[in-house]
Design a binder for this molecule. Structure first.
Ligand code: GLA
Length: 402
């Protein structure tokens, strides 16, 4: 394979025929037997509400989106992965049985998946492939989960991985926690695996019960606004939030032995320990306790058709992430403020881990243009950054496209 970037690489992600042809043009093995080529895809996600609740055994409400990562590949029998990134033309390689140390590059997500699938006993296989993405990276739209999930398919011969889908969610988490070094929850890969067109996905991260929730998409659009500042997701800042939540649980469990996670904590229990708990830890816990309730309230409001209430919950969630969980940024706050003052915007909040990246906006269809205009006009002078505004569709989870 050569190392020239492929022109218009992002467009290949949404076009399995062109992606397949691009693999044939670069890879003699694929060219020799095009019938062996598979194209697999895994989407990114936006989370509607329920932020940082997943690793606290709480509720989340993500949506898989119509942007994602696709891989055209041919399975091989030699246990070796050779994968080219269409965007740069760079090829990375490793042996599935000996993935080695992290390299600090995109290939780690593929290697980490091979390691975790191996550990789970699914016998990952080698392949030669070409990867294309139309999902912005470091934007809080789960490009990590998308590359991991699509890799799980590619490492499984281009077919559905041979494990129960909820088990796969945990194998992906194992790869992220054990290989990449981020102690994240299960929301992102759950959404990428279980996504459904036109629906959001309610997941109880304790019981793992889940159901899909229809969205009133004739009336509203889902609009992501990218702050133009990369999500500065220091694994350390994220992992620190997680430890603070654990510290809150340990303190509360001292007098409430039935408490195992913040999922079990009520506002009254938190009020009872407020005087003795570290104020930062108290703020973190207060966010989680209220955020879990907001997810349930948002579902009820969606189901009652009360979009005004959904919007209030979105803003309350953002304010809580800004003031209590402290994972917002001046840029994300500016985007939310601009959206809030645009008529026809129902709700806006940061989505994903925070620390930069995107907001998600629920917008009346006839107001999408007005939001775009307001953001493009008002955001750059406030921040010195160039935003991106794009409507996303609620889409299916990972699958074979060809
Ligand atoms: C990241 C993590 C998820 C979740 C969100 C915050 O996206 O990967 O597990 O914790 O942050 O809700």
């Amino acid at each position: 394979m050569t190392t020239t970037p492929i022109a218009d690489a992002a467009a290949l992600a949404g076009d399995p025929v062109r992606l397949r042809d691009a693999l044939i043009a670069r890879d003699p093995l694929a060219a020799a037997d095009p019938s062996a080529i598979r194209v697999v895809q895994a989407p990114g996600r936006v989370n509607l509400i329920g932020e940082h609740t997943d690793y606290n055994e709480g509720f989340v409400l993500p949506v898989a989106i119509d942007l994602g990562i696709a891989v055209a590949m041919v399975p091989t029998a030699d246990g070796r992965v050779e994968l080219t990134l269409a965007e740069t033309g760079e090829t990375g390689a490793f042996e599935v049985g000996a993935v080695g140390e992290r390299r600090g590059s995109w290939l780690d997500y593929v290697a980490g998946m091979a390691w975790a699938l191996g550990e789970a006993g699914t016998g990952p296989r080698g392949f030669r492939g070409l990867l294309a993405s139309d999902l912005p990276q470091a934007a809080g739209l789960s490009s990590s989960a998308a590359i991991e999930v699509v890799s799980a398919w590619a490492l499984s011969g281009g077919e559905r991985p041979p494990v129960d889908p909820m088990r796969l969610v945990h194998v992906v988490q194992r790869s992220e926690n054990g290989y990449i070094g981020l102690n994240n929850g299960i929301m992102d890969q759950f959404a990428s695996i279980f996504g459904e067109p036109r629906r959001a996905l309610l997941l109880d991260c304790r019981s793992l019960e889940h159901r899909s929730v229809p969205l009133p998409l004739d009336e509203i659009a889902l609009v992501a606004c990218h702050s133009g500042s990369a999500r500065r997701l220091e694994a350390s800042a994220y992992n620190e939030r997680r430890s603070q939540c654990e510290a809150a649980v340990a303190a509360i469990a001292g007098s409430q032995p039935r408490v195992r996670s913040l999922r079990d904590v009520t506002p009254a229990m938190l009020a009872a320990v407020r005087e003795t708990l570290d104020p930062v830890v108290t703020r973190r816990a207060a966010h989680i306790v209220a955020e879990n309730q907001r997810v349930l309230d948002a579902i009820a409001a969606f189901e009652a058709g009360d979009l005004g209430e959904v919007g209030r919950l979105f803003y309350a969630s953002h304010a809580s992430l800004r003031d209590l969980y402290e994972v917002s940024s001046p840029e994300l706050d500016a985007l939310v403020e601009i959206a809030m003052s645009t008529p026809g915007v129902i709700g806006a909040r940061l989505t994903g881990a925070g620390f930069g990246g995107c907001t998600i906006n629920l917008v009346r269809r006839d107001a999408v243009a007005a939001l775009r205009e307001a953001v493009l006009r008002d955001y750059p002078p406030r921040t010195g950054l160039t935003p991106r505004v794009f409507a996303v569709e609620a889409s299916a989870g990972a699958r074979r496209l060809a």
